[in-house]
Design a protein around this ligand. Structure first.
Ligand code: CAA
Length: 240
C-alpha cells in the first residue's frame, strides 16, 4: 500500500532530495514551501510532486495546509519536518528578531507540522516522523545560538515523541546532517565555508541525496523498532 508523505521545505535543497527519494520509494508525496513560487513550480514540473505553500511558523496555516494535503492525497503516514532557516550572527549582535524568526520556523514549526497529523497517526496505529536536525544542534556553532538551540530542541522533541508514539506504532527519529551543499551552506561567506570544509575529514560537503537516504531508511514500514534515535551524516566531522 502506498504511503502518503509530507515534507516541509520539500521543494529545494535537502527537502527536495527527500521528496524525490520518498516518491521513488513508492510514496505519494506532498512538499511544502514558504516563499519561492518559481522554484516550487519548477520542482513540480520536473518531478510531478505536488507543492503547497504555507508558513510552518503559523499553527493555523499548518493546520489548514495539512487538511488540504489530506483531502488531496489521503491521511499522512510519514511526516518529515525539514523546513529551516538561518539568521547567523555572533551572540552580541544577534537581534531578538533573528532569535524569534529562527525559533518560530525551526522549532515551533516542528510542533506546528507534527501536531495536526499526530491524532490521525494514533488512530490508524501507524506513523513515521522524521525531524531534520543538524550537526550544529549537537556541537553548537559560532554565530548560531538561535539555530543551534532549535536543532538541539529537535532531539528533545523526537525522544519525547518516540516514547508517546511507540505503543501506536509511530516512530520519531532525527537526522543530523553535517554541512551539505545547499543554498543555506553556500550563503556562508566563502572564506568561512572553506574553513568549515577543511574540518570535514571526508574533504567535501555532503550531498542532499545522502540525507534523503537516511529518511527512506527511517520511514520504511520495516523500521518500526528504530524509535527516538539520531542518525548522524556529517562526513566524520563530529561524533556525539
Ligand atoms: N570560532 C572562533 N572565532 C570565530 C569563529 C569561530 N568559528 N568564526 C569567526 N570567529 C571570529 C573571527 O576570527 C573574528 O575574529 P577577529 O575579530 O578577532 O578577527 C570574529 O569572530 C568575527 O568574525 P567574522 O568576521 O566572521 O564576523 P561577522 O560578524 O562578519 O560574521 C558570522 C559572523 C555571521 C557568524 C560568520 O562568521 C558566519 O557566517 N559564520 C558561519 C556560521 C555557520 O557555520 N553557519 C552555518 C550555516 S549552514 C547551516 O546552518 C546548515 C547546517 O545545519 C550545518
Amino acid at each position: 500500500m502506498a504511503r502518503t508523505a509530507l515534507v516541509t521545505g520539500g521543494s529545494r535543497g535537502i527537502g527536495a532530495a527527500i521528496s524525490i527519494a520518498l516518491k521513488a520509494a513508492g510514496c505519494n508525496v506532498a512538499a511544502t514551501y514558504a516563499g519561492n513560487d518559481e522554484a516550487a513550480a519548477k520542482f513540480t514540473a520536473e518531478t510531478g510532486i505536488k507543492t503547497y505553500k504555507w508558513n510552518v511558523g503559523s499553527y493555523e496555516e499548518s493546520q489548514a495546509g495539512i487538511a488540504k494535503v489530506e483531502a488531496d492525497l489521503g491521511p499522512i503516514d510519514i511526516v518529515v519536518a525539514n523546513a529551516g532557516i538561518t539568521r547567523d550572527a555572533p551572540f552580541h549582535r544577534m537581534t531578538p528578531a533573528q532569535w524569534h524568526e529562527v525559533i518560530d520556523t525551526n522549532l515551533t514549526g516542528v510542533f506546528n507540522t507534527v501536531h495536526p497529523i499526530w491524532p490521525g497517526m494514533r488512530d490508524r496505529k501507524f506513523g513515521r516522523v522524521v525531524v531534520i536536525s543538524s550537526i550544529n544542534g549537537q556541537k553548537g556553532q559560532f554565530g548560531q545560538v538561535n539555530y543551534a538551540a532549535t536543532k538541539a530542541g529537535d532531539l528533545g522533541i523526537v525522544k519525547s515523541l518516540a516514547q508517546e508514539g511507540a505503543r501506536f506504532n509511530i516512530t520519531a527519529n532525527a537526522i543530523c546532517p553535517g554541512y551539505i551543499g545547499t543554498d543555506m551552506v553556500m550563503a556562508v561567506p566563502e572564506k568561512v565555508r572553506e574553513g568549515i570544509i577543511a574540518q570535514i575529514p571526508a574533504g567535501r560537503l555532503g550531498e542532499p541525496e545522502e540525507i534523503a537516504r537516511c529518511v527512506v531508511f527511517l520511514t520504511a514500514d520495516e523500521a518500526g523498532f528504530i524509535n527516538g534515535s539520531t542518525i548522524t551524516a556529517n562526513g566524520a566531522q563530529f561524533f556525539v
